[in-house]
Design a protein around this ligand. Structure first.
Ligand code: GLU
Length: 447
């Protein structure tokens, strides 16, 4: 029996969540929930200029809206001591070394190598500096940036989504882990945290595949066993083109504003590009039960906003009242389950239930087409109590007395009672409207 997994979703709070990074969040969360594991929300906020508290809060709101709760919340900005300690260990082990080249010098060398037809790999000139060289450079006011010394050779791992992978580290420049201003790039803090939080599975987008070889060497240099990795294909637009430029307009905040159902977002993003069908769901459970990296295809997953809108509408049509209740305004929620079940099949968005709430509760100016027939209908209106059989009993009696049927029978009643041409089943609406409002509307009075 394997131990329950520990996973992390690690967004940088430099923007709101969008459909691309939500997919990563979902796979982490679903995997943790399926296996009884732990889902860590890690805010990668070491970039203090671009990270904001508002975005950090926004990301948490977005995850709450989706129903993705976390078991632990960590912020990298509170963990610099841990990163500094790891830096010290890597320096002592000779794996992190100071470099003094300016960006211009590096660019010049890069171009020269390319001109010679060689790969533009950093030449490790800084490793050949003597103590005296370093002292002189620092006396000139140069501040070092720090590179991680890669071990040559292949790094391989069995990616849970992509299968066996290997990266030849000899073909990579030693990566910069710490900038000249002393700030950390993402790589070292991420690995330090993954070690300390005992992360067992790193699940993320395939744009991180190329970092993985370096990260595996970092785990090893810090004396830790690397976790398992699953790199998911990126989302692309319906036209097969990259979404990266459009992601700004595909934020969860915008989708929420538009009235898209959170369950539709989850159902689509968790199933897109997998062997399982995209279908409306009334809870996250079916997604938990079926999440499986082996069922994720290798091709990019195509995201179409139209598909999301259609799925959202179909999702609303099947939503249980308890699920939708938090999304409804207080007045609509208070109309209860019978009301919701009556109207949900006619809604494009859950919030539109409020319109039918107004129809049921009034005051509403009825539309009177045939006053004579409506007077007969009023006279035949059954006594309370009313339930969902009342409409049938009433209209059957009216059919018998008036000889009307079909549209001639039902349409004037619907118009008078709801002032709308179409809508939810009258059998369900009528008891919600209630006898006194129904009677007033049949008389042509606003009620
Ligand atoms: N903050 C990184 C990102 O958003 C995390 C990557 C990772 O999961 O390792 O790209």
């Amino acid at each position: 029996m394997t131990a329950p997994p520990i996973v992390r979703f690690a967004p940088s709070p430099t923007g709101r969540l969008h459909v691309g990074n939500v997919r990563t969040a979902l796979f982490n969360w679903l995997f943790a929930r399926r296996r009884g594991g732990t889902f860590v929300l890690r805010l990668d906020d070491t970039d203090r200029e671009r990270s904001t508290e508002a975005f950090a809060q926004g990301i948490q709101d977005d995850l709450h809206w989706l129903g993705l709760n976390w078991d632990r919340l960590e912020r990298q900005s509170a963990r610099f001591d841990a990163y500094d300690a790891a830096r010290g260990r890597l320096i002592a082990a000779g794996r992190l070394y100071p470099c003094y080249e300016t960006p211009e010098e590096l660019e010049f060398r890069r171009k020269r190598l390319l001109a010679q037809g060689k790969p533009p790999i950093y030449d490790r000139a800084a490793l050949r500096l003597s103590d005296a060289d370093r002292t002189r450079l620092e006396a000139e006011g140069r501040k070092p940036h720090w590179r991680f010394r890669l071990e040559p050779g292949d790094v391989s791992w069995n990616d849970l989504a992509r299968g066996p992978q290997h990266i030849d580290e000899s073909s990579q420049s030693d990566p910069v882990l710490i900038r000249a201003d002393g700030s950390y790039l993402y790589t070292l803090p991420s690995v330090v945290d993954d070690i300390e939080f005992r992360v067992t599975h790193v699940i993320r987008g395939e744009d991180h595949v190329t970092n993985t070889g370096t990260q595996i060497q970092l785990f090893q240099a810090l004396g830790a066993e690397p976790p398992a990795f699953a790199h998911l294909p990126l989302l692309v637009g319906a036209d097969g083109r990259s979404l990266s430029k459009r992601l700004g307009s595909l934020s969860l905040a915008d989708l929420r504003q538009e009235g898209i159902e959170p369950l539709a977002v989850s159902s689509l993003l968790a199933r897109l590009g997998t062997a399982d069908p995209v279908e409306p769901m009334s809870s996250l459970q079916p997604l938990i039960d079926t999440v499986d990296f082996a069922r994720v295809g290798r091709a990019p997953a195509r995201f179409a906003e139209d598909e999301l809108r259609t799925l959202s509408q179909r999702t609303v049509h099947g939503l249980p009242f308890d699920t939708v209740r938090p999304e409804l305004d207080a007045a609509t929620a208070q109309l209860g389950e019978a009301f919701w079940l009556a109207v949900r099949g006619n809604l494009a968005r859950a919030a539109d239930a409020a319109d039918w709430g107004a129809v049921v509760q009034g005051p509403l100016q009825p539309v009177i087409e045939e006053p004579g027939f409506l007077a007969d209908a009023l006279a035949a209106l059954p006594a309370e109590p009313w339930d969902e059989t009342t409409w049938k009993a009433w209209t059957a009696a009216l059919a018998a007395t008036s000889g009307r049927k079909g549209r001639a029978l039902f349409h004037p009643l619907r118009l008078a009672l709801t002032a709308r041409e179409q809508g939810p089943e009258m059998a369900r609406l009528l008891p919600l409207i209630g006898r006194s409002r129904a009677a007033a509307r049949l008389r042509g009075e606003a009620a």
